[in-house]
Ligand binder design. Structure first.
Ligand code: NDP
Ligand code: F7E
Length: 314
């Protein structure tokens, strides 16, 4: 299924890590009729406003990259908002898209939808086979509901909507706030500040032993376009790189990239989360897609981007 570059594409959440990368990828592919709205302009939790926006623009394609997103502590400490906001955002968006019969929609979930102790690497068929990781169960349940909504619309209305489940992402426009960010931007900031101040020690949350898989967001954006053109099944499809590292290994890579030579220690009073969540990407590979940015290069370019954002504030 080729997507005509003259299509009207609504990227919900276009200023975020994922949405901004998807926009860049679509622009590079010649799409010129991209629409978007900030959360201040259109709060997707507002059902009437969301219906009015979709009725006005009638997009050919909707990519849902709008969500309340955060790292392990933000998820653990704000389950109410992670459940309620995400349910409302995705239900309103998909109901409004259904009302105007949007022909193609991509819903983005996350690898945290799978059971905490799923067999590794995690196949899509692991969904709903075991207990969730408690630090992000509220968020995961919202995302699982989104997958179900896509499947229900496909079954009842025959629209070729799809869901993709990315692994942990990073890249430009990530959230670098120490309290609410994911691990990779958190470590870039912490090691940068430690190197700048000659700090003797950098402390990692948790034990440093959990394993995570990291995908550069430009690769995810490329995969999103590939899926819109090549994937049309009700099951969600995993998007990852197929390899993972321990958090300590990630920290050592970030330290090397930044030139930090002090001690790296751990704080086991902070949660580890799930011990491992490596995605099985064989279904995506069979569609002819593979990632292009390796982790060391991706960390280096993201660090360069971060420094660029600091400008004169360093
Ligand atoms: N980051 C990661 O590691 C991963 C992310 N994902 C998924 O990718 C998607 C995007 O995540 P990511 O880009 O990282 O998140 P970001 O926080 O970077 O971006 C989220 C975007 O959602 C928008 N948004 C939030 N709330 C609302 C609202 N009420 N109304 C309208 N827009 C809203 C924000 O808009 P504004 O800027 O205008 O406020 C923001 O641009 C999510 O579905 C997430 O689950 C999946 C796996 C891993
Ligand atoms: C994408 C995914 O993101 C979340 O899950 P997570 O993978 O556990 O996310 P995380 O990136 O925050 O942590 C990864 C690991 O890293 C360790 N860690 C060390 N030091 C820091 C640190 O400084 N910050 C953070 N955040 N983590 C740290 C941390 O203790 C953990 O062991 C979900 O809530 C869910 O929202 C989701 O879908």
């Amino acid at each position: 299924m080729t997507i005509d570059p003259r299509s009207v594409v609504y990227v919900a959440g276009h200023r975020g890590l994922v949405g901004s990368a998807v926009r860049r990828r679509l622009e590079a592919a010649g799409f010129s009729r991209l629409i978007g709205a900030t959360s201040a302009e259109l709060d997707l939790r507002d059902r009437d406003a969301t219906f009015a926006f979709l009725a006005e623009h009638r997009p050919d394609v909707v990519i849902d990259a709008a969500a309340r997103v955060g790292g392990i502590l933000a998820n653990r400490d704000h389950p109410t908002e992670f459940l309620s906001d995400n349910l409302r955002i995705q239900v309103n968006l998909m109901d409004a898209a259904l009302a105007v019969r949007t022909p193609r929609l991509l819903f983005l979930g996350s690898s945290c939808i799978y059971p905490k102790y799923a067999d590794q690497p995690i196949r899509e068929s692991s969904l709903l086979t075991g207990e969730l990781e408690p630090t992000n169960d509220a968020y995961a349940i919202a995302k699982i509901a989104g997958i179900m909504q896509v499947q229900a619309v496909r079954r009842q209305y025959g629209l070729p909507w799809i869901s993709a489940m990315p692994t942990n992402l990073y890249g430009p426009n990530d959230n670098f706030d120490p309290a609410s960010s994911h691990v990779l931007p958190a470590l870039i900031r912490r090691f940068h500040e430690a190197a700048s101040t000659d700090a003797a020690e950098v402390v990692l949350w948790g034990t440093g032993t959990p394993r995570r898989e990291f995908l550069h967001v430009d690769d995810l954006a490329d995969a999103c376009l590939h899926l819109l053109e090549h994937y049309d099944e009700p099951e969600p499809i995993n998007v990852g790189v197929g390899t993972d590292v321990t958090i300590r290994e990630l920290a050592e890579l970030v330290a090397r990239t930044i030139g930090y030579t002090g001690t790296i220690s751990t704080d086991p009073s902070k949660p580890d989360g799930t011990p491992r969540k490596l995605l099985d990407v064989s279904r995506l590979s069979a569609l002819g897609w593979k990632p292009g940015i390796d982790l060391a290069d991706g960390v280096a370019s993201t660090y360069a981007w971060y420094r660029g954002q600091l400008g004169g504030a360093e």
